[in-house]
Design a protein around this ligand. Structure first.
Ligand SMILES: [Zn+2]
Length: 467
């Protein structure tokens, strides 16, 4: 199990690491023993000597390959042009993008990216870091009895048993994500009558140990119900304990009444100055009605603009085009985003229509291995590839532009081929791959060799070079 525990895909391919991820096992207080792990099982990228620059250090990175434009034949994009550049990284920010061969001040710290293509790092915008089996023994989900009520009953027994190892499991999963190029996660985190706010407190402690090499925000997730079970005070406490978002759960089918459930969630978010991120799995009319009401309330409250997300939103699949176009336009205007795992099989999420209307569409892993599902890889780049396959995005331009799904909106080139990333002042959140273009990285899921968050190595490593 231990090889799986730190199964960072970058490890084997990473060059000798002078600029390397700090020793994970020592740094995080990771209770390796509790999981039956030996420290020596971690690959070089995770356990290399702590030579990485301190947060905020200034250094130069040369031989970085950047996308510079599209090559066209007539109107058709047939390839992506790239060029080498030198970057100056300062205080976690890309301070300057310089031409290849630009003069570097004597004595400066310099690393060599070896010609690897640099892409924006990824954001996993829907994952449950608090209730994963990852790092522990294999356990397939039990047959579901009694639908979601049965799962809630199971959690009432299971989560208290898992509580003592929440932190090492969450940290192991973070290490997996980092190896795949993800440097930011929005984690759902149970708040329920049995667990109270303990998951929020423990998850926050685990993630705070990963500063500055991993960014996060926590959603207080009322998996077992909100208004229907009188969870208001605990949800408020969860925000005060560190959750940045108030969550919710199927207002009609789980929480017993759409308007009461939605209104309470929105009110708690407004009172506590938090955002909103609600699980809406329920299909059809009741799901649409909830999304519509949430959108209306958001539009009336500027404090919530761009801070409200519908997770899953399967009911959007059932809308005919005119109704979908209308609702998507209202969502875009209010700043209501959608987080989708890009489900396949049966009907498809209308992701292209949402994007065309200006709705921000994020993706996430949801489950990697837990009592709901055991098929997650933790690699959100897969979601871009899957979207290409589902929606027929099959050429260089369309495949490359799909990268905005895992990056949360950023692509190196605009759809017209103008270079738009990186620019001086952008956060040094980057992933390095041996690929010709974004399109190749998406289509081939090219291994992630080095991952930076705020200029600090999160996985893999570079060789030093002389100025
Ligand atoms: Zn979820």
């Amino acid at each position: 199990m231990s090889d799986r525990m730190f199964n960072q895909p970058s490890a084997s391919a990473a060059p000798a690491a002078d600029l390397s991820r700090r020793a994970l096992l020592g740094a995080g207080g990771l209770a390796a023993g509790a999981l039956g792990l030996a420290a020596s099982a971690a690959p070089a990228s995770a356990a290399a000597p702590a030579k990485a620059p301190a947060a905020g250090a200034t250094y130069f990175l040369r031989n970085v390959r950047l996308e510079t434009g599209y090559e066209r034949e007539g109107d058709e994009v047939i390839a992506t042009r790239t060029a080498l550049a030198t970057l100056k990284i300062e205080k976690g920010v890309i301070a300057a993008v310089l031409p290849a061969g630009a003069a570097i001040p004597p004595g400066a710290v310099v690393y060599d990216a070896g010609g690897l293509l640099m892409l924006p790092s990824f954001r996993d915008m829907h994952i449950h870091l608090d209730k994963t089996f990852y790092g522990g023994p294999w356990q397939a989900p039990r047959k579901r009895k009694g639908g979601i009520a049965g799962q809630i009953k199971l959690e009432q027994k299971l989560l208290p048993e898992l509580l003592p190892t929440l932190e090492p499991r969450a940290e192991a999963l973070v290490a997996l994500l980092q190896g795949y190029g993800t440097t930011f996660a929005r984690s759902q985190c149970n708040v329920d009558p049995v667990i109270g706010t303990k998951h929020v407190e423990k998850l926050k402690a685990a993630l705070d140990r990963h500063q500055p090499d991993f960014g996060y925000e926590i959603v207080a997730f009322p998996q077992h119900g909100f208004a229907s079970i009188g969870l208001e005070q605990q949800m408020r406490q969860a925000v005060r304990a560190g959750a940045a978002y108030v969550g919710g759960i199927d207002p009609t089918t789980v929480d017993g009444g759409m308007e009461r459930s939605v209104d309470l969630m929105m009110q708690v978010a407004l009172d506590e100055k938090a955002g909103v991120d609600i699980h809406i799995h329920e299909p059809g009319e009741s799901g649409v009605a909830a999304i519509s009401r949430i959108t209306d309330i958001t539009a009336r409250n500027p404090a919530l603009k761009d801070r409200v997300t519908i997770s899953h939103g399967f009911s959007l699949m059932s809308l005919e085009k005119p109704a979908l176009t209308d609702l998507a336009a209202r969502m875009a205007a209010a700043g209501v985003s959608v987080a989708s795992t890009v489900p396949f099989g049966g009907r498809m999420m209308p992701i292209p229509a949402l994007q065309a209307a200006g709705v921000k569409v994020f993706t996430g892993t949801d489950s990697v291995i837990d009592h709901w599902s055991v098929f997650g890889s933790g690699d959100v780049l897969e979601k871009a590839k899957l979207a290409c396959q589902l929606y027929g995005w099959s050429d260089e331009q369309a495949i490359g532009q799909a990268l905005k799904i895992p990056t949360g909106g950023i692509t190196p080139l605009s759809p017209r081929g103008e270079q738009q990333w990186p620019k001086a002042g952008d956060a040094a959140d980057c992933v390095f791959v041996d690929a010709a273009s974004s399109a190749e990285a998406v289509a081939r899921l090219t291994p992630r060799q080095v991952v930076l968050h705020r200029g600090v190595v999160a996985a893999g490593g570079f060789k030093t070079a002389r100025a």
